[in-house]
Structures are given as structure tokens and as C-alpha cells.
Design a protein around this ligand. Structure first.
Ligand code: C5P
Length: 232
């Protein structure tokens, strides 16, 4: 898979997501389904969006004992998603079990990427709440290296970290980066942002864009602008 724009469909019902997706009559966006929509509508929403011809990143961020994650991943592989994810904090053994569960009998599987440290975690909360005392950027790179060692395909990270992840884990290790805003757009609650063009320059493989597209007056035009800046 090459560079692509993934639209974060952070809606709470099938009705909302379909009325959003119905506007795209040309190029079908790669869609991210997160916990809100998945828990509201269940696996049927994944099948339905897939049937409409969209690629899907199922963002459920699994984190449990290896055996449970393995079994859950085996269910997700049956949903025929293109990318799914877990927390690297679940350890290398959990990530290896996830790969096993995700791999179908014919050897194929969706891409699997890891969340390193959430961008909502900062140095202070990591030290105080988690008792992890290393610098956060080192922790992120260590988790990315663990993900690579366990056989995963990449990480979700800030576009600001994408270059360093590629330096540490190789050019083929995927970086999927949220926190994208247009140069003339509203930042909202994101703290560290980049434009699609900057994310491209720094080497992100996929950008995840939510509100700049979903809340735009003309979502299709906003999506096409992202694609033009990032992919072309
Ligand atoms: O609307 P916005 O473009 O900020 O949406 C970004 C999407 O990426 C949301 O679905 C958000 O949950 C997700 N995300 C993020 N930052 C992370 C990980 C995921 O914004 N570190």
C-alpha cells in the first residue's frame, strides 16, 4: 500500500457515517473506524463500509493478556479490515500473539500497527502514573523497535516522530500519523500539528484526518485537498 489519507469517521451512529460517506461519489476514502462507532454499531458497520468499497483501519487499540488478544485478533481478521492496531505497552509477547491470531489459514493478514505512548500522555504523567522515567521520545522509539521485533508493520505516531521512527525501524516500517491540520485551519484540541504537505515531507506513510474533513463545509473538497497535498 502506498501513501494515503485515512479519514477518521468519529461518528456515533451508522446513519451519521453513511450520510457522510454518501457524499463521496468519486474516490472512496480509506476510513478509520474507532471505538465509538464500533461499540455503537458492532461488526456490521465494518462489513457494510467494506461492502461500499472503502479500505478500513479498525482502531480498537487492543491491550490484554496474549491469549485474549490472539483470539480477539483472529475474530478481527475475519472482518477483512486492511489495518488494525494494539498497544505496544502490552509487551512483545502480546504483540507476537496478536500476529498469530491475525494471520489467516492462507497466510494473509491485515496490517498490524502499534500505539506507542498515546499523545495524551506526557513526560510528567508517564513518570508519575506509570513510573517510567526515561525521556518520552526514547520510550516511543523503544516501543516502536519492540513492535518491529514482534513482526508488526508499523506504529501510530505524531508526524513529528515519523522521521525518527523510520531512522530507528527502517523505511518500510509504516508510520500512521494523526494530528494533521490545514495551514489555514482550526487546530482544535490537537497540540502538535502538521499540514498534509509537511507530513508528506517528513515521511509519514498514512495521515489520519478527522475534523478538518468531517466538520468541513465541503468534506469532499477538504478530502481532495488533503490527497492533493499528501499523495500527489
Ligand atoms: O479530528 P482529528 O483530525 O483531530 O482526528 C484525529 C483522529 O486520530 C481521532 O480519531 C483521534 O482519536 C486519533 N488519534 C489522535 N492522536 C493520537 C492517536 C489517535 O488524534 N495520538
Amino acid at each position: 500500500m502506498g501513501k494515503d489519507v485515512i479519514v477518521a469517521c468519529d461518528f456515533s451512529s451508522a446513519e451519521q457515517v453513511f450520510s457522510f460517506l454518501d457524499q463521496f461519489t468519486g474516490r472512496k476514502p480509506f476510513v478509520k473506524i474507532g471505538m465509538e462507532l464500533f461499540y455503537a454499531e458492532g461488526p456490521a458497520i465494518v462489513r457494510e463500509i467494506k461492502k461500499r468499497g472503502h479500505k478500513i483501519f479498525l482502531d480498537l487499540k487492543l491491550h490484554d493478556i496474549p491469549n485474549t488478544v490472539k483470539k480477539a485478533m483472529s475474530v478481527l481478521s475475519g472482518l477483512d479490515v486492511d489495518i488494525t492496531n494494539l498497544h505496544a505497552g502490552g509487551t512483545c509477547r502480546m504483540m507476537e500473539a496478536a500476529i498469530e491470531g491475525l494471520t489467516r489459514p492462507d497466510g494473509t493478514r491485515p496490517l498490524l500497527i502499534a500505539v506507542t505512548q498515546l499523545t495524551s500522555t506526557d513526560q510528567e504523567s508517564m513518570e508519575q502514573d506509570l513510573l517510567i522515567r526515561e525521556p518520552i521520545d526514547q520510550v516511543v522509539m523503544h516501543y516502536a523497535a519492540n513492535a518491529k521485533k514482534a513482526g508488526l508493520d508499523g506504529v501510530v505516531c505524531s508526524p513529528l516522530e515519523a522521521g525518527k521512527v523510520h531512522d530507528t525501524c527502517g523505511a518500510d516500517f509504516l508510520t500512521v500519523t494523526p494530528g494533521v491540520r490545514f495551514a489555514d485551519g482550526d487546530i482544535g484540541d490537537q497540540k502538535r500539528v502538521m499540514t498534509p504537505a509537511e507530513a508528506k515531507r517528513i515521511g509519514s506513510d498514512y495521515i489520519v484526518v478527522g475534523r478538518p474533513i468531517t466538520a468541513a463545509e465541503d468534506p469532499v473538497a477538504a478530502y481532495e485537498r488533503c490527497v492533493a497535498e499528501f499523495c500527489d
